[in-house]
Design a protein around this ligand. Structure first.
Ligand SMILES: [Fe+2]
Length: 302
């Protein structure tokens, strides 16, 4: 059973427990999230001078477009203001900054009409972030920068919360990916040859759930939730912000969503920064996840 909690005032401990149980939380736009979107829009306007960012794909050759994104995205990720905005957003939603660690925010693009769906604007096939070495206590945050509609949204496949999918996560190792593949994203324009964990059996995409919130709305969900990029047919590029958080008590005590089918190695745990002072998680704690990245899958060989 999956529920969507809308503008819930539940405290963070109870909320995390619900998220680890497969529930999704959606919040209306708030000052803190709108400020983040405003910042992202300013960067987009600078990156596409004289163009409407949502329609810029129709005015630029795809190679040029990929070049623009290849500059814009790292600039957004590493700008100190992005971190300040995330901390304000976490505090606003009741995440304790001294206990919650976050990773740097990504700006995602889903172009319309298959203009660019690989590399720097990768259209994600159905996946769980836990196939990519995310810990099971990871919470994903997703915020559209402009209004979205069903034809350019993010899709959840809630049936698979409790049903394993045969997948390629056994071949994914976080450290190798970072070493070999991540930095080559912008080179993949026509196709994407980077080896990623994918379903290895047909996935029933329906029933699926597309949560449509206004720009600055916030969607929180477990890293174990199966989700995908909706093929965009809206005529507008979708831009969104996402980042992830973990609560240190859950990291220490091994709480999180159940593992039903992930078999990757390594961990993204070393990436997170503490909300209060940007300090990383203690190395010995990260090492624990490096050795045993996740609870054993419930189904052997899945
Ligand atoms: Fe994802």
């Amino acid at each position: 059973m999956n529920s969507i909690f809308y503008d819930s005032t539940m405290d963070d401990d109870a909320r995390r427990e619900r998220i680890y149980g497969g529930q999704i939380f959606v919040f209306s736009p708030r000052d803190s999230s709108l400020r983040f979107c405003e910042f992202a829009r300013t960067m987009l306007n600078d990156a596409f001078p004289g163009l409407d960012p949502e329609r810029a794909q129709y005015s630029l050759p795809v190679e040029r477009y990929a070049e623009v994104l290849a500059k814009l995205k790292p600039a957004f990720i590493h700008d100190a203001r992005s971190k300040t905005l995330i901390r304000a957003l976490m505090a606003d939603l009741g995440f304790a900054l001294e206990k919650t660690y976050f990773d740097v925010p990504r700006m995602r693009t889903a172009t319309s009409d298959d203009y660019l769906t690989s590399g720097i604007a990768y259209a994600f096939h159905p996946h769980r972030d836990t196939w990519y070495s995310a810990p099971f206590c990871q919470i994903n945050w997703w915020i559209p920068i402009f209004d979205i509609e069903p034809s350019n949204a993010l899709a959840f496949h809630p049936h698979y919360w409790s049903h394993p999918v045969k997948n390629g996560s056994r071949d994914y190792d976080y450290a190798s990916w970072n070493r070999e593949s991540r930095h080559t994203a912008a080179q993949h324009i026509k196709s994407d040859t980077r080896r990623q964990p994918r379903p290895e059996e047909p996935v029933a995409l329906d029933p699926q759930l597309r949560v449509i919130c206004p720009a600055g709305g916030i969607i929180l969900f477990s890293a174990a939730q199966l989700h995908s990029t909706v093929p965009n047919t809206s005529g507008r590029t979708r831009f969104s912000i996402d980042f992830r958080t973990v609560h240190v008590d859950d990291v220490m005590e091994g709480r999180g969503a159940p593992n039903i089918d992930s078999a990757c190695t390594g961990t993204s745990m070393g990436d997170y920064l503490r909300g209060s002072d940007l300090v990383r998680l203690p190395a010995e704690l990260v090492a624990r996840y490096e050795e045993a990245p996740h609870p054993t899958p419930l189904l052997a060989g899945a």
